[in-house]
Design a protein around this ligand. Structure first.
Ligand code: HEM
Length: 419
């Protein structure tokens, strides 16, 4: 059987507005009725895409990069980029997430030498300081309310990445502006003005890092003890360093990939914990023992990247009786996999005592999120500072939380709490 029988279920539409704030009933229905489903492609130029709703097939596809490529050009397809983003495609093309093996493995191994767990762990005091400062500034307003997004989870990750890469504090505001422009562009498909500003944001970051790297080299401190210095100095096993373009492109990828993902993990996590209030109270009572489990469970439950960028079948292949043809696109719905009851019993319940790991929030296989350790740390620090400063907080008007119209990284526009 190749395509979906429409008498069983209507074609899944990844741009269905209901997916933004409450996708899980829809995922559950497809998981039950047609878990490997030929749905409507978000790019109208494609006849359709395969959507995966169960854990098993999502994991199987993500790990098999030989059969399911990330770069559409590998199977003779053009990558779909809005016209306004065309000038910066040469940057996107060198993002790790867009490259297939063996080129990917080479670059990834160099990046892994620069972005080590030790380096991430060493960022902890800076992240704690940044998070505490943001929250204290917000509390100092004294207006009796605080926006988890605007006051903490939006500014935090961009500031942290900027700081880690050696961007001086005086320039952090540029990064916030660039990332806001990019985020607006992603949220407003078809808006040419927003798209142009978003593309300019990427270009702005790229040019900024170019200047920063040149400065480093002029000063002869390419091994400086920050992430940019480590990226300049790191080399693969044959001693080959990254070329300049790749390095700068990956700097922009870090800034973008590590931003709204983390913003939404924190914000949606707080919404979940306020809704399942007994969990917040439990965490408050014993943070030392529960925080690690809470971080992992919130990552599973929030799945900030709801669905993965397309994979492209490099050959005809069968997935549980469905025939996927070479050149067709396949979409992993990570959020659906994370709520698959076959893998996670009572999946909608936040439960800190579940066995850790196993969720697909950071993807799976060779493209597994390079920033996972940093994201975990930022989420942990954010929860900690909120538990410390606002232990009794309550959501203001939970039924009226506004959601941003982004289908890949859906998240609230603001989450107001009363301290
Ligand atoms: C909660 C926060 C985050 C989530 C949910 C998340 C999710 C993901 C996912 C699902 C992928 C896999 C993409 C694929 O398979 O095509 C990925 C890749 C990636 N992420 Fe993250 N991410 C987060 C935070 C970060 C941070 C903080 C950084 C760095 C500052 C980062 C950098 C990257 C990079 C560079 C890749 C590409 C890796 C590759 O293709 O080899 N991410 N992330």
């Amino acid at each position: 059987m190749t395509a979906t029988d429409e008498s069983v279920v209507t074609r899944f539409n990844p741009l269905d507005p209901q997916l933004i704030s409450d996708p899980y009933p829809i995922y559950a229905r497809y998981r039950e009725l047609d878990p490997i489903h030929w749905g409507i492609a978000s790019n109208p130029a494609l006849p359709g895409s395969w959507f995966l709703f169960r854990y098993a097939e999502n994991a199987a596809v993500l790990i098999d990069t030989a059969t399911f490529a990330s770069n559409p050009e590998t199977v003779g397809m053009q990558s779909a980029v809005p016209a306004a983003f065309a000038p910066v495609t040469a940057i996107f093309h060198r993002w790790l997430g867009a490259i297939d093996p063996p080129d990917h493995a080479k670059l990834r191994s160099i990046m892994s030498k620069a972005f080590t767990p030790r380096r991430v762990a060493a960022l902890r005091p800076r992240i704690e300081l940044i998070a505490a400062t943001l929250l204290d500034e917000a509390l100092a307003r004294g207006d009796g309310r605080l926006d988890i997004i605007g006051d903490l989870s939006f500014p935090l990750p961009m500031t942290v990445v900027g700081d880690a890469l050696g961007v001086p504090q005086g320039d952090w505001a540029h990064f916030r502006q660039w990332s806001e422009d990019l985020s607006k562009a992603v949220d407003s498909p078809g808006d040419e003005v927003a798209a142009a500003a978003g593309a300019a944001g990427i270009q702005g970051m790229f040019d900024y890092f170019k200047e920063l790297a040149a400065d480093r080299r002029r000063q002869g401190v390419d091994g400086a003890d920050d992430l940019l210095g480590a990226m300049i100095a790191a080399a693969d096993d044959d001693g080959q360093r990254m070329n300049e373009w790749d390095m700068l492109a990956i700097c922009t990828e870090l800034a973008v990939a590590g931003h709204e993902t983390t913003t939404n993990a924190v914000a949606k996590g707080i919404i979940g914990l306020m809704d399942q209030r007994d969990r917040w109270d439990e965490l408050r009572a014993d943070p030392d023992n529960l925080l690690d489990g809470a971080v992992e469970e919130i990552l599973r439950w929030t799945a900030p990247v709801q669905r993965q960028r397309w994979r492209w079948a490099t050959r005809d292949v069968e997935l549980d009786g469905r025939r996927i043809e070479r050149g067709q696109s396949v979409v992993s719905i990570l959020a659906a996999a994370n709520r698959d009851p076959a893998e996670f019993p009572d999946p909608d319940r936040i439960d800190f005592t579940r066995p850790r790991g196993g969720h697909l929030t950071f993807g799976y296989g060779p493209h597994f999120c390079l920033g996972a350790a940093l994201a975990r740390l930022e989420l942990r620090v954010s929860l900690n500072v909120l538990l410390d400063r606002l232990p009794d907080m309550e959501l203001e008007a939970p039924e009226a939380i506004p959601w941003r119209p982004n289908h890949v990284l859906p998240g609230p526009a603001a989450v107001w709490v009363k301290p």
